[in-house]
Design a binder for this molecule. Structure first.
Ligand code: ZN
Ligand code: ZN
Ligand code: ZN
Ligand code: ZN
Ligand code: ZN
Ligand code: ZN
Length: 516
């Protein structure tokens, strides 16, 4: 299930991570027989994906990875022109120790964990053992390796606290809330503050949107926003118009949809040069975009409201989190979580399309809000005097209530996550599609049953009223003529054929009308 909470999480040090990396190196070494330096460089180059490495690497590539050093007698260095002890790599390129060292330090400071030979044309990758030989302090290069490993690994995340050097190691790749030994609480996947039920991607997009829009939400700037920005039709990111060009590119790095400023259609189907959509469609696009912006502002106001409640939790309740009384401590903790979850739910809700699912979502959210308020008042009732038995029971009940509400909300939202896997599109897009497919199905079955009913009726009339064809309107007679059939001719074979043909063509025409 998604949104697992604090399941088996371990907090490990940099040394432990390095140990895991070395284990991977030795595994690859065992399978391939390449030397450990090569193995590490291969792992770094291919995102620690052993399968890809085994598929990709060929001998030519491997020779580019060799980097044993050879020490020669002192002679003039090609780089600094001083007489020094020269160190030559396998590729034949050489320099003095000082030159290699300053080159490597510069590369490491720039954040490169794959370091090529100093010669700009040489593709040789320098191995870790060679780099370690030159460096006084191996930690800085190791932390680059660790960063690259953590980035590629979705079960290990660095604690975002700048003073903390620990990593959270989880059993699953599912994002979850983890609490570090240092006290920092974060998402195990994106290492941001917990944002569930919103997904990592939604949260990221939402923050970016807030950054861009919130300084401009006052009345004066709203007009400016309406005139100069439109929402990306795929991911809802706000995109600012640049110059006179109508070709827009979504500013969300993961989306980058190119769309037409006038009609908000995908350029892939629209064509780059000229917008030939009708005035009506362009006007609709403008209104849609305006509605999307208004929708964001509504959600943002709600978000801010919840966030304020979260930030201004009564001090009495925040103190209770440290309480030694288990019920009180748990209730206060749940209350905190619930306030945070209400805030995050607004983000999740923003990305939903209107429909059945979003209505249900609002119901869940509403019950969470009610339980949160109830828990707050029973906490405030209980706290000053540790209350009577009745007050204590009330607190117990409301605590149970809120746990249930939170669990239900998370489970409900996790169900919606399945939709995110569809081609990696946003929920909104996927819901729209799922909804559209359902609408199409419904109207098709309705059309089909109407058509069937009409056909049966006409056939029945033909069977029971032999003179029925006389009543056929003139245009159908004309239509019959184009098919080479005279409807006024009394042979039954002729009009049965005609009726059959008209039924088939009415079906075809009706069907294309429906989907077009
Ligand atoms: Zn030199
Ligand atoms: Zn070289
Ligand atoms: Zn920490
Ligand atoms: Zn996350
Ligand atoms: Zn986009
Ligand atoms: Zn257009």
């Amino acid at each position: 299930m998604a949104f697992v909470k604090d399941s088996d999480v371990q907090f490990i040090t940099q040394k432990d991570v390095m140990f895991i990396i070395n284990f991977k190196v030795s595994q690859l070494h065992k399978t391939t027989g390449f030397d450990p330096d090569q193995c590490l460089n291969l792992l770094l180059k291919f995102g620690f994906n052993k399968k890809v490495i085994l598929k990709t690497c060929n001998e030519q590539f491997l020779t580019a990875l060799q980097s044993k050093t050879e020490q020669d007698e002192p002679e003039e260095c090609y780089v600094c022109c001083l007489d020094n002890q020269i160190i030559r790599l396998d590729c034949g390129h050489s320099a003095c120790r000082n030159c290699w060292k300053s080159y490597l330090i510069r590369k490491i400071e720039d954040g490169n964990c794959l370091i090529e030979c100093m010669d700009p044309k040489c593709k040789l990758l320098i191995g870790k053992s060679v780099i370690d030989e030159f460096m006084d302090d191996v930690a800085s290069y190791e932390s680059l390796i660790i960063n690259s490993f953590v980035k590629a690994n979705n079960t290990i995340t660095k604690c975002p606290d700048s003073n903390c050097l620990l990593f959270a190691k989880t059993n699953t790749a599912e994002p979850q809330t983890v609490t570090c030994t240092c006290g920092r609480i974060f998402c195990s996947s994106c290492s941001q503050d917990p944002h569930f039920p919103a997904t990592c991607r939604q949260q990221q997009l939402w923050s970016k949107k807030c950054e861009l829009l919130t300084p401009k939400i006052d009345d004066d700037s709203q007009q400016w926003l309406l005139e100069h920005t439109k929402e990306c039709p795929r991911c809802l990111m706000t995109v600012e118009k640049q110059g006179g060009c109508t070709l827009m590119t979504c500013s969300n790095k993961k989306c980058r949809l190119k769309f037409c400023w006038l009609c908000r259609s995908d350029i892939a189907t629209h064509g780059i040069y000229y917008c030939n959509s009708s005035q009506l469609k362009a006007e609709k696009a403008r209104l849609d975009s305006r509605a999307d912006l208004a929708n964001f502002i509504t959600h943002y106001n709600r978000f801010e409201h919840y966030q304020n409640s979260y930030k201004n939790i009564p001090p009495m309740i925040s103190d209770a989190i440290e309480s030694s009384e288990p019920l009180l401590q748990k209730a206060a903790y749940s209350y905190f979580n619930a306030r945070k979850m209400l805030t995050n739910s607004v983000v999740f809700g923003f990305f939903l399309c209107n429909g059945e699912y979003s209505d249900k979502f609002k119901d869940f959210l509403h019950s969470l809000e009610i339980s949160t308020d109830q828990l707050e008042s029973s906490l405030l009732n209980y706290l000053p005097s540790q209350g009577s038995k009745r007050v204590r029971f009330e607190l117990f009940e409301h605590h149970q209530d809120i746990e249930k509400c939170q669990k239900e909300l998370l489970e409900f939202c996790a169900k919606g996550q399945e939709f995110e896997d569809l081609n990696g599109q946003s929920y909104r897009d996927a819901w729209k599609k799922a909804h559209a497919a359902r609408v199409n199905n419904d109207s098709f079955s309705q059309f089909f049953s109407n058509w069937l009913f009409a056909s049966v009726l006409i056939l029945a009339l033909l069977v029971f009223l032999p003179d029925f064809h006389i009543w056929l309107p003139d245009f159908s007679v004309a239509y019959g003529k184009t098919l080479g059939i005279d409807l006024r001719d009394d042979t039954s074979q002729s009009y049965l054929r005609t009726v059959f043909l008209s039924l088939v063509s009415s079906f075809v025409v009706g069907f294309f009308d429906l989907i077009g």
